[in-house]
Design a protein around this ligand. Structure first.
Ligand code: ADP
Ligand code: MG
Length: 336
């Protein structure tokens, strides 16, 4: 592998950000920070663990990897600026494949005006990509999972479970007709997620918002908020927004995908009742559907937990499954 020749092929012809002083080509990149807080995250994709070449084209591997990282920025209320990519290449992967992966990243990078400013390229036994993203947020305005308070409204953007449903369709390997828009949308949601950066930025006028992105499924993300904020979350099953595409699946798949199917890269958050209309309005302006799905309370015995109201019963939601909660005696009985 000629690393130098490869880097020449993936380098951006021009940089988009004014803050950048030195891009690819030296021992490190250099950019000048303003007074803002700097936000950094990293995500790693390993072939056959986090993705397969069967369900993602090379450019989509890049698109999704960067998408997942940009979504982490959105979940902090931050604006993405730069990214670096470390790539492990096994034998048999040619330059063309790598160039395609990077072109997928650049497609999304162009949308958000961000720059690839460095990385590392090494040989190994498994195809793996690790992406580091750097962003900024006005001082003190980073949105933490610990920001939820009793009385808050719990909201979510878009619809849930679509990415997992799209993956299911891809794994079934059935031909999906191009005019089958419902199923095509699910597949697109899996292959080209749309991080909610603009929406998160539009919420900056609000003092306090807790935010988390739906990367592992809402059951997991709600628990993270409940635990880190030391509050109780109650949500209403019937209010969880799902797409018409998801309704094509069995009831149990719908439930499974909407709670536990990750990688929708939507945002889940909590905000005071007073400010919820502002969240809704900002969503409307940007064409982002915002749905109220529940509320936050403070209850020492229950804090850290998430409860789901469904068909007249309350169930305690587990991070990866249900536990039934009987109203009479508060016993917890496993559902299945
Ligand atoms: P060094 O030996 O100093 O680590 P390298 O030869 O690894 O430098 O890299 C040369 C330049 O190319 C550096 O600016 C580095 O950030 C960039 N680079 C290397 N691999 C990648 C990659 N996969 N993506 C983006 N930039 C890369
Ligand atoms: Mg190096």
């Amino acid at each position: 592998m000629d690393e130098y020749a490869l880097i020449k092929k993936i380098i951006q012809p021009t940089y988009r950000r004014d803050e950048l002083i030195k891009g690819i080509g030296d021992d490190s990149a250099v950019f000048r920070s303003s007074e803002a807080d700097t936000v950094v995250a990293v995500d790693t994709f390993v072939e056959n663990v986090h993705f397969t070449k069967e369900t993602l084209a090379p450019w989509q591997i890049g698109y999704r990897l960067l998408g997942a990282n940009i979504s982490d920025m959105a979940a902090m209320g931050a604006e993405p600026l730069f990214y670096l990519v470390s790539i492990v290449l096994p034998n048999g992967i040619d330059d063309h494949f790598v160039v395609e992966v990077f072109s997928g990243m650049d497609q999304l990078a162009a949308k958000f005006g961000i720059d690839l400013i460095g990385g590392d390229t090494v040989s190994g036994t498994e195809l793996a990509l690790s992406l580091t993203i750097i962003g900024s947020v006005p001082r003190g305005k980073a949105r933490y999972r610990s920001h939820a308070r009793a009385g808050d409204v719990v909201f979510v953007t878009g619809t849930l479970g679509d990415s997992r449903a799209g993956l299911q369709l891809l794994l079934q390997k059935e031909q999906i007709e191009s005019d089958d828009t419902l199923r095509q949308r699910l597949i697109k949601k899996h292959q080209q997620p749309e991080p909610r950066v603009h929406f998160a930025k539009a919420l900056r006028k609000i003092d306090r918002v807790a935010l988390n992105d739906v990367s592992d499924g809402i059951a997991n993300e709600l628990h993270e908020i409940a635990e880190q904020s030391d509050v109780t979350i109650e949500i209403n099953d019937a209010h969880i927004p799902i797409s018409d595409g998801l309704r094509l699946f069995s009831k149990s798949e719908q439930t499974n995908f909407k709670y536990f199917g990750g990688e929708d890269f939507e945002l889940v958050g909590t905000v005071s009742e007073t400010n919820f209309p502002v969240v809704k309005k900002e969503g409307e302006k940007l064409g982002v559907k915002v749905t109220e799905i529940g509320s936050i309370s403070y209850n020492k015995e229950r804090n850290g937990n998430v409860y789901v109201y469904k068909e007249d019963s309350i169930k305690r939601l587990q991070k990866h499954g249900y536990v039934h909660k009987s109203r009479e005696n508060n016993d917890e009985i496993k559902d299945d």
